[in-house]
Design a protein around this ligand. Structure first.
Ligand code: NAD
Length: 259
């Protein structure tokens, strides 16, 4: 995004949107897009400098943003962050619970690695939603978005722990959507397939990244790996009133990989 150019028809004009893991990849693409559509964006990330850089870029382009450096796995830091946001904002219209880690491979888990993955991928989204509910209730069109994964819907031999955490977050989201529907608060999940981010690239051996991405692309009906913007546009749809009759849905954004 070079220059924000917010217009009268901007989809998120006047709204406040909080996005976790907003310093890179899909979260960054979402932050830029939400800001371009008129939202004030609260960026949260372990990478403080990265989040600040994205926020500064948004502000320089005429948008509105703030950055918070938080290790969401750390309960003390998490609670301090909640207090900070609550002291600065009355309303949150969009909560995009996007942060997640891949966690241990195959059956190489122990209690610590299982709990770390479950904490960031399932506890943090549930806890943020619970704690921000009073602010979401003050919105006239609140939307909670969860980044799950196609791994939360189908099995993945190499990542059973990750798949379990994403399955958990999908079931939490579905139950939450029923619980909050009477109040008009919506909840939906995006399930990205393989998407070209730093996180995904880190999973491949050095020197073999492009070849690995090309190999994955041949397995995808649309013939390419997802780009961060492919996910951000769906997040924008779920954040906006364009999806106002949708709640409890699980949306694959995977180029047809799970058809
Ligand atoms: N990339 C994919 O192929 C893919 C596919 C399906 C789902 N997802 C999901 O998308 C989300 C983003 O994944 P990614 O790895 O591709 O993104 P990424 O590698 O582009 O970015 C991850 C961001 O999360 C931040 N982060 C990591 N741990 C954190 C913590 N403890 N507290 C705060 N911030 C933290 C990092 O600093 C980084 O900015 C995750 O929920 C992931 O499970 C990714």
């Amino acid at each position: 995004m070079n220059g924000t150019h917010i217009n009268d028809r901007a989809l998120l004009k006047g709204k406040t949107a909080l996005i976790t893991a907003a310093a890179s990849g899909m979260g960054r693409a979402g932050a830029r897009l939400f800001a371009a559509e008129g939202a004030h964006v609260i960026l949260v990330d372990l990478n403080t400098a990265g989040a600040e850089e994205v926020a500064a870029e948004i502000v320089a382009g005429g948008g509105s943003a703030e950055a918070h450096g938080v290790d969401l796995r750390d309960q003390t830091e998490l609670d301090r962050f909640l207090d900070t946001v609550r002291s600065q904002h009355d309303v949150i219209d969009v909560l995009h619970n996007h942060a997640g880690i891949t966690g241990p491979r195959e059956l190489e888990f122990d209690a610590a690695s299982w709990n770390e993955c479950m904490t960031l991928n399932a506890w943090v989204p549930a806890y943020l939603t619970q704690q921000f509910l009073p602010l979401l209730r003050r919105s006239d069109a609140a939307s909670v978005i969860f980044t799950a994964s196609t791994a939360g819907v189908r099995g993945v031999a190499g990542l059973p722990v990750y798949a379990a955490t994403k399955g958990a977050v999908i079931q939490f989201m579905k139950s939450l959507s029923l619980l909050l529907a009477p109040e008009g608060i919506r909840a939906n999940a995006i399930c990205p397939g393989g998407t070209d981010t730093a996180g995904m690239r880190a999973a491949f051996q050095e020197g073999a990244v492009d070849a690995s991405l090309s190999a994955i692309a041949t397995t995808i009906p649309l013939g390419r790996v997802g780009q961060p913007e492919d996910i951000a546009t769906v997040a924008l749809f779920l954040a906006s009133d364009a999806s106002k009759y949708m709640t409890g849905t699980v949306i694959p954004v995977d180029g047809g990989a799970t058809v």
